[in-house]
Design a protein around this ligand. Structure first.
Ligand code: BG6
Length: 477
C-alpha cells in the first residue's frame, strides 16, 4: 500500500456513462490531475461511452469545459484531451460492444501493443447486470495477449440494495470475472484521512495498547451533509441514507478504526482484518432505543420522489462489535442530508482514569481523553487531554493537541478518485471492498432495513444539526 510505483504499460480507460454526473464531477478531473502529475501511463486513451451524440472534437471541447470548472478557463488541456475518444452507444444493446471492440482493436493497432483495459461503470446500478453480461459475452474483458494487457472492471457502490440482491450481483461478478479483476469502489477508503487512521494506529506505539474495550468507552462517527438530494431524487428515493452512505462508507471507516493489526501491508491481510470487524457488527436492542430515522421537510416535493415517501434522509444507529477486544463498546453512526453544515468526523472517547486525578471545579467536563479524526473538511486529528492550570490552586482543564493537514503540508491532498484510479492501474486492491466485506455489511444492515419501517419517521427542518433532530423529535417522545 505504501510504495508509490506507477505502472507504465499503455492503458485504455473505457468509461460507461461518460456524460453523467460522476464522470463530470469526479472521474474526468481526477484523470486530468493524474495526467498532470505524471501518474498516468505515458501512453493512454480514454473512450467515453454515452447516449448523447458527440464527435470526438465536440467531446474534447466538453471535457475541456469540465476541467476548466475546476482549474479555470486558461488551463491547458490539449495533450490530455487529444487522448480522448467518444463512442455513442446504448450500453444495454449488445451491438454497442462490437463497436467498442473495433475501437479498442484500432487503438491497439495504432499504439502497436496489446494495451491494458480498464472498464469503469459510472452508470446507474440498474444497468450493472446488463453491462457486466455484455462485457463478458462480447469477449472485451479477455486480455488480448497471454502476457500483457490485463483487463479490470471498476464498479461503483451500491453493490445491491440488500443481502439478496448483493449476493445475486456477486454471483454474477464471480461467474464473469476473477476477484483480482474486480475493483469495488468505496471512495471513503481512498480518502487520505481514512488511510491515515491506519498509519496513526500502527505506526505509533502510543495508541494501540489502549485501543480496546478496557480503555475506550465509546466511538461516534458523523457524516453530515449540507446539500440535500438535489437532482438525485429518482436515484435516492427508496435507497435512503443508510444504504447510500451507512452500509458502505461509514461501516468501512469503523472497520478501519477497529480492525486488528494485519501483520503486513498486504491488501489481502488488511481486507481480511476489516472483514473480521464487519462480520461481528451487531445492532443493540431494542431497536427503538438504538435506531433513529428521519426525513427533511420538503424531501417529498423533490423531483422523482414519491409524495408519501418513507425514505430516510437521516439516521442514527448504535451497535457493537462482538469481539473480545471490543465487547460492550457502543459505536454510534449518524448521517444526514440537508443538515446545518458539512463535516465528517470520528470521535474516540476514552474512559475516565481510575482513580482519577480529577478536579471537581470543572463539573461540565468529563475527565475523558478524546481523539477526533477530522475526515473532512479541515482534515486533521485532535487529542483532548487534561492539564493543570498554572498557579497555587489545583485547577485541571481540558487542552488540545491538534494536527492539521493543510497547515502542516500546505498542499491539497489528492482527490479520493485519483487514488482509486491510480491504485486500480497498479492492481492494488487494499482500498477496494472485497466480496466478503460487501456481504458482511449487507448482513448487518439488511435486518435493520427490514425492521425499521415499524419505527417512526421523524420530519426535520433543513439546516438542523444532528443533535437538534435527536432532541426535538426523539427525546421528547
Ligand atoms: C456518495 C453518496 O457515495 O457519497 C452521496 O452517494 C454522498 O449521496 C457522498 O453525498 C458523500 O461523499 P463525500 O466524499 O462528499 O463525503
Amino acid at each position: 500500500m505504501i510504495q508509490v510505483k506507477s505502472i507504465n504499460t499503455p492503458t485504455v480507460f473505457v468509461i460507461f456513462g461518460i456524460t453523467g454526473d460522476l464522470s463530470r464531477r469526479k472521474l474526468l478531473p481526477a484523470l486530468f490531475d493524474l495526467h498532470q502529475k505524471g501518474f498516468l501511463p505515458t501512453t493512454f486513451r480514454i473512450i467515453g461511452i454515452g447516449r448523447s451524440t458527440y464527435t470526438d472534437e465536440a467531446f474534447r471541447a466538453y471535457v475541456h469545459d469540465v476541467i476548466a470548472e475546476k482549474h479555470g478557463h486558461n488551463v491547458d488541456t490539449k495533450a490530455f484531451v487529444s487522448c480522448i475518444h467518444y463512442q455513442r452507444g446504448d450500453f444495454t444493446d449488445a451491438h454497442a460492444y462490437r463497436d467498442i471492440a473495433q475501437r479498442l482493436i484500432a487503438i491497439d493497432d495504432t499504439i502497436g501493443q496489446c494495451t491494458n483495459k480498464l472498464f469503469y461503470l459510472a452508470i446507474a446500478p440498474v444497468h450493472y447486470k446488463g453491462v457486466l453480461i455484455n462485457l463478458a459475452h462480447s469477449g472485451l474483458t479477455i486480455p488480448c495477449s497471454s502476457d500483457t494487457g490485463w483487463t479490470r472492471v471498476l464498479i461503483e457502490k451500491p453493490f445491491g440494495s440488500n443481502i439478496t440482491t448483493a449476493a445475486e450481483l456477486d454471483v454474477l461478478l464471480g461467474r464473469l470475472f476473477r476477484e483480482e479483476q474486480i475493483f469495488r469502489i468505496d471512495h471513503y477508503l481512498a480518502k487520505e484521512t481514512i488511510q491515515n487512521i491506519l498509519t496513526f494506529r500502527f505506526s505509533n506505539t502510543l495508541f494501540e495498547p489502549t485501543w480496546n474495550a478496557r480503555y475506550i468507552e465509546r466511538i461516534e462517527m458523523t457524516l453530515a451533509e449540507q446539500i440535500d438530494v438535489g437532482t438525485r431524487g429518482a436515484f435516492y428515493d427508496g435507497i435512503g441514507a443508510l444504504r447510500d452512505v451507512g452500509q458502505n462508507h461509514m461501516l468501512q471507516t469503523i472497520a478501519t478504526l477497529m480492525m486488528d493489526h494485519p501483520g503486513t501491508l498486504d491488501a489481502a491481510a488488511i481486507r481480511r482484518e476489516r472483514t473480521a470487524i464487519l462480520e461481528r457488527m451487531a445492532i443493540r436492542l431494542p431497536l427503538t432505543e438504538n435506531v433513529v430515522r428521519a426525513q427533511y421537510d420538503g424531501y417529498r416535493n423533490v423531483d422523482g420522489v414519491a409524495p408519501d415517501s418513507q425514505t430516510e434522509t437521516f439516521f442514527r444507529i448504535t451497535f457493537e462489535v462482538n469481539a473480545q477486544r471490543w465487547r460492550g463498546v457502543p459505536i454510534t453512526i449518524t448521517s444526514g442530508k440537508a443538515l446545518a453544515c458539512k463535516y465528517t468526523e470520528v470521535k474516540v472517547f476514552f474512559a475516565e482514569a481510575v482513580p482519577c486525578f480529577c478536579a471537581h471545579t470543572h463539573k461540565e467536563h468529563r475527565h475523558q481523553n478524546i481523539i477526533t479524526f477530522r475526515i473532512q473538511p479541515h482534515e486533521g486529528i485532535d487529542m483532548t487531554f487534561f492539564a493543570k492550570r498554572p498557579g497555587l490552586g489545583g485547577d485541571i482543564e481540558p487542552r488540545q493537541f491538534s494536527f492539521d493537514y493543510r497547515e502542516t503540508y500546505n498542499i491539497s491532498e489528492p482527490d479520493a478518485y485519483e487514488k482509486v484510479l491510480f491504485d486500480c492501474i497498479r492492481g492494488d486492491q487494499t482500498l477496494f471492498a472485497s466480496t466478503a466485506e460487501v456481504m458482511a455489511t449487507w448482513r448487518f444492515v439488511t435486518p435493520i432495513l427490514e425492521a425499521w419501517h415499524a419505527l417512526p419517521l421523524h420530519i426535520y427542518a433543513s439546516g438542523s444539526t444532528p443533535e437538534e433532530i435527536i432532541t426535538h423529535n426523539v427525546r421528547k417522545h
